[in-house]
Design a protein around this ligand. Sequence first.
Ligand code: FES
Length: 160
Amino acid sequence: MQEEKLSADIENIVKKWEGKKGSLIMILHDIQNLYGYVPRSTSLQLSKYMDVPLARIYEVITFYHFFKLEPPGKHLVQVCMGTACYLKGASDLLLELRNILGVNEGCTSNDGLFHLEVVRCLGCCGLAPVVKIDEKVYSKVTKDRIADILAEYEEEAVAK
Ligand code: FES
């Protein structure tokens, strides 16, 4: 990410919301939409531009679950913990994913390839337990299949 580009982007976003009610939240939304997260360097610049204490910016970012402080992983892994999936063993799938990826939900694996999230019902309960990676839904997943499923994405990343 280029520092100069970042500054120009921020300036445009700040100008768009300047003087409007709730502008800080809207600005942070736009920054997250732009980068996928709110980089620390951006928060620092924003603090200077808007003359808002950095602590206030972080207060807003950490209050709303929506905002992310780390870059998102390349692939979003969603484990459904809705009732149907839970009853069919989704918690075992989550444990296996935590073990293999080495992270808890809400975090990105060290290689930056996977971001792990827990969701409540993906709307396909008949296929429980369900794991979704990006737009692809894996149905009736068993703990033993997790490593193979992730390997598809790891191989694809190596091939590129
Ligand atoms: S509970 Fe998992 S898809 Fe509905």
